[in-house]
Design a protein around this ligand. Structure first.
Ligand SMILES: [Zn+2]
Length: 261
């Protein structure tokens, strides 16, 4: 259906998100080669960190809206959360275009798409060059206005992906509420003049689930005395494990009975 193959005009993916003037998109053949190479990368990354399993990727498709840059733990300190404002066909069609890109896509179906070899390029998802360079952009769910309807199962799937990123990239589990901060941030906070996605997203729920999955690295609370989080260079803080934390358990079962708010 035509409606389903298109994105809403409100979608961040309908606009140039490179944050650069005259940025060159990846050549189509290069993105094709990168797509083929991506599948094994996560298994290798996960194997490098003990106790972390690689995400179950449905498909890998390299976006063309990306700029080559060798990145790693030292460069990446933030996850930007989006809603694509559309359905799967329309969102995936962005990947072959030259306006925008993103690193991961988790639609309501739960099928996970890896959309950028993010250790070799930064994708154009945030509309802000600084954040594009320092972050991983996750398109998730469908519409910002529909975010309150996302079930716990969606948050649990998203948390598994985020926990993998936290472990392999050494990210802080914290909600970044202001421009310039590192952690988990809404696209609407990065470019508030242009975007409001992902809408009414439940950060407490996600971060609590991620914390449960990431052993020994408790959720970080914002503390005004905790230094200046906006001083440009990534400044990672994890805090020490709480003394009353329960001992790590090998179980990875969903904790649906645990209150999260
Ligand atoms: Zn967005």
């Amino acid at each position: 259906m035509a409606m389903e193959s298109m994105l809403s005009t409100e979608s961040c993916l309908m606009e140039d998100q490179s944050g650069q003037a005259n940025a060159d998109a990846l050549p189509a053949e290069e993105s094709f080669r990168a797509s083929l190479a991506m599948d094994t990368m996560d298994m290798e990354a996960a194997a490098a960190v003990s106790g972390v399993s690689s995400p179950n990727i449905h498909r890998s498709i390299q976006c063309r809206g990306a700029t080559p840059m060798s990145r790693g733990r030292q460069n990446i300190d933030t996850i930007v959360l989006h809603t694509p404002e559309g359905f799967v066909p329309g969102t995936l069609s962005v990947l072959s275009g030259t306006r925008a890109g993103f690193d991961w896509y988790l639609p309501p179906s739960g099928e996970l798409y890896k959309c950028n070899d993010y250790l070799r390029h930064f994708s154009w998802h945030a509309g802000d060059l600084g954040y594009n360079r320092r972050s991983i952009g996750i398109e998730q769910w469908d519409f910002a206005r529909n975010m309150p309807n996302a079930p716990d199962a969606h948050y649990q799937r998203l948390a598994r992906l985020c926990a993998y990123l936290v472990e392999t990239l050494d990210l802080a589990v914290r909600h970044a509420k202001n421009y310039g901060e590192y952690g988990f941030i809404a696209h609407g906070v990065v470019t508030p003049h242009a975007r409001w996605d992902p809408g009414k997203f439940d950060y407490d729920k996600l971060l609590s689930l991620v914390s449960d999955l990431v052993k020994g690295r408790p959720e970080e609370k914002l503390d005004p005395t905790d230094g200046d989080p906006t001083n440009g260079h990534p400044q990672k803080r994890y805090g020490s494990p709480a003394s009353n934390a329960s001992p790590p358990e090998p179980s990875t079962k969903a904790t649906s009975t645990k209150p999260t708010s």
